[in-house]
Ligand binder design. Structure first.
Ligand code: SF4
Length: 384
């Protein structure tokens, strides 16, 4: 196999995450492209190549297409081979960044070394200065995590499940605390003990993780409790949720797929926890500890808490404004700026600020009055 065939092979079964929306390459895309659009932590959108260094895995996670013993053609890049190929793709504008992971072959330490060698060759031999996301392998050592942080813009450890018991149902040979959670803690320990200029571009790399939502029959409460803990304790930038879907010829091939809306609700709830000052107990979990699929969690919270106690838009602080459905972080800033020039008296003033005024209306007061009465008029007259 030449390097391009190896890349085709390794990309062929990968699940891609573009802006948090996982998708699989179909056959046409597989032959014509290896990249997808992804948003960087700074908001810039780039063409990202997400691939494995090797698909020859020695482990047997129940959900995974690369598990040992599954019958398909495996492929492996040598570090210099991948670095050279990616460097050419980068120079030709075919890719603007890469997310490099691997199956485990010869143990986590050896596999991590292969990833680190590839990153080092890219940075030092090919002088690549673009975006690099490196996966930390289960079983990697702390010194390897440190080295990854010196080479990458982002590092990730996939927890896959929210705790030890749930992980055992998904991946019998992964050890939750020692192999997965500890590396996330090490990243934060290293950040706290080492100045930023020791790391790539003089900055600490961001950290993310991924869960297989529904793979271990865990609840949303379990997933979001762990996500909340990670935000608060190891400065996790973001948790990705990938709704479980069965792969043929794996032990989970007959397990039903998880509804994609569950993934969406988990993202919404995790952003409320991370950015909007919500606590776990604010989220509208049902009796089974899952979020209802048919309700936006912010709207459900507002229905319970703001209908009787609407928020005065001309007086509220930002932390209260962002609790109103239809008002995001930017919208709240726009309201605060607009208030310096005068009172906001009707929904059209909110709409001009880019706010979803109809959505917000039931939960707010404008100069002491409920704007609900304006709604009928407002919806009849979009030019207002
Ligand atoms: S270790 Fe990774 S690649 Fe290997 S079977 Fe598990 S999830 Fe798949």
């Amino acid at each position: 196999m030449n390097a391009l065939d190896t890349l085709k092979n390794l990309s062929s079964q990968m699940t891609f995450e573009a802006d948090g929306e996982p998708r699989c390459f179909n056959a046409k895309e597989r032959d014509s492209a290896f990249t997808h659009r992804a948003q960087l932590p700074n908001g810039k959108s780039i063409l990202l190549l997400k691939t494995l260094l090797s698909s020859a895995c020695e482990r047997d996670c129940f959900y995974c297409p690369f598990r040992a013993g599954r019958d398909f053609r495996r492929a492996t890049f040598k570090p210099d081979e991948f670095a050279q190929l990616f460097s050419k793709m980068y120079q030709r504008g075919m890719a603007e960044g890469t997310f490099l992971s691997s199956s485990i072959a010869g143990g986590g330490i050896r596999t991590q070394d292969q990833l680190l060698d590839t990153a080092e060759i890219l940075r030092k031999k090919y002088h690549y200065r673009g975006y690099l996301h490196l996966k930390i392998m289960p079983g990697a050592e702390k010194a390897q995590v440190y080295r990854a942080m010196q080479l990458a813009d982002r590092v990730s450890v996939n927890l896959e499940a929210p705790n030890t018991d749930r992980l055992a149902r998904l991946a019998p040979h992964k050890i939750f605390i020692e192999e997965l959670l500890n590396p996330l803690k090490w990243i934060e320990e290293i950040r706290q003990s080492t100045p930023a200029h020791y790391f790539w571009n003089g900055k600490y790399p961001s950290t993310v993780t991924q869960f297989v939502a529904g793979g271990a029959d865990e609840s949303d409460l379990e997933l979001l409790s762990m996500t909340d803990w990670l935000h608060k304790n190891v400065r996790l930038k973001r948790a990705y949720f990938s709704a479980f879907h069965p792969i043929q010829d794996t032990p989970f091939e007959n397990k039903p797929a998880v509804h994609p809306m569950r993934e969406h609700r988990l993202y919404q709830a995790s952003f409320l926890l991370r950015d909007y000052g919500f606590d776990l107990e604010d989220l509208p979990f049902a009796k089974d500890s899952n979020l209802p699929l048919d309700a936006d969690p912010k709207q459900a919270w507002a229905q319970m808490n703001l209908i009787e106690h609407p928020i005065e838009i001309n007086k509220a602080e930002k932390r209260d404004l962002i609790k109103i459905p239809g008002i995001g972080l930017k919208g709240a800033d726009s309201i605060l700026n607009a208030r310096r020039l005068g009172k906001l008296r009707d929904l059209s003033a909110l709409k001009k600020l880019g706010i979803l005024a109809e959505r917000a209306a039931p939960y707010l007061l404008m100069d002491g009055r409920k704007p609900a009465a304006q709604l009928a008029l407002f919806s009849l007259s979009p030019a207002i």
